[in-house]
Design a protein around this ligand. Sequence first.
Ligand code: L14
Length: 340
Amino acid sequence: MSWNKPMPAEPVVAVVGATGAVGTEMMLVLEQRGFPIKRLVALSSARSAGKTVFFNGAPIRVEELTAESFEGVDLALFSAGGSVSEAMAGHATAAGAVVVDNSSAFRMDPKVPLVVPEVNPEDVDAHSGIIANPNCSTIQMVVALKPLHDLAPIKRVVVSTYQAASGAGQAAMDELYSQTRDFLNDEVSEPSAFAHRIAFNCIPQIDVFMEDGSTKEEWKMVVETKKIMHAPDIEIAATCVRVPVLRCHAESVNVEFDSTVSLENASAALAAAPGLTMMDDPSQQLYPMPGLLEGTDETYVGRLRVDSTVEHGLNLWVVADQIRKGAALNAVQIAERLLP
Ligand code: L14
């Protein structure tokens, strides 16, 4: 089954999870990019219903999300966690809304396109009501891998992530702040958003553990990258680590190609790639840093160099804002592809 209801030029847009870190950013990105909107519907759990959010300067009362919330809605941006998406996305599509879902609920469903507009924009066209927004760490990695893979097929990737608190939501960002303050005051505060103290620490666990000893976040980077890049043969080894940074993820990425890729060609291809900015000048100590790129829209690459320990290898360092390109911006870019 494919989707044959045309998207109006000025859709009615619902944001599910409108009071969360990503939902708030989604509304900001819609506003900043001048997305044509007839009416914005802000939806949340009962806990946050009744709050006021602002869109284009106008106050909007947040409504409680129910199965009936999608009447008259053309486009629904979901960012309220996997279980909410599982329970409610079907009600949205049944009401005629196209869903762009930021959770991991549908990403690996073969009927659901998983899209990074710089990499596989055409996959949007085959949707049957739901389009999935990839995991944040995957998004920024494939933005950088795609132009390289177009130069010579990538055989293997070894990635280690340095992930910001924001991936775990606003409460996790708040915990990083308050715990840091407590730590400096010699006070011990109990962790709640993370399994362990995040202030002055790194935690090598994001999401739950799988049977093979990897975490689900690591598994997502593997399977999602293959799906987005249409490259089932790329081998990927991932280690995902939470670091005490607010909202940009960084990644050390080691890439092994089938054949030679010169540093010059790689650098030129990355510099020309959409959504990507090279920030790479060792003589000026210039490279992207997660603490200094908050609020930006690009994926930044630096530290590009040859890995001479393998036949055709490169190393790079990739940084992007997790709430923007890693979530809200990518979702809105997908939504833009749906407009007539
Ligand atoms: O799969 O805790 O969208 O940083 C994004 C961030 C899951 C966990 C996803 C985190 C996630 C996550």
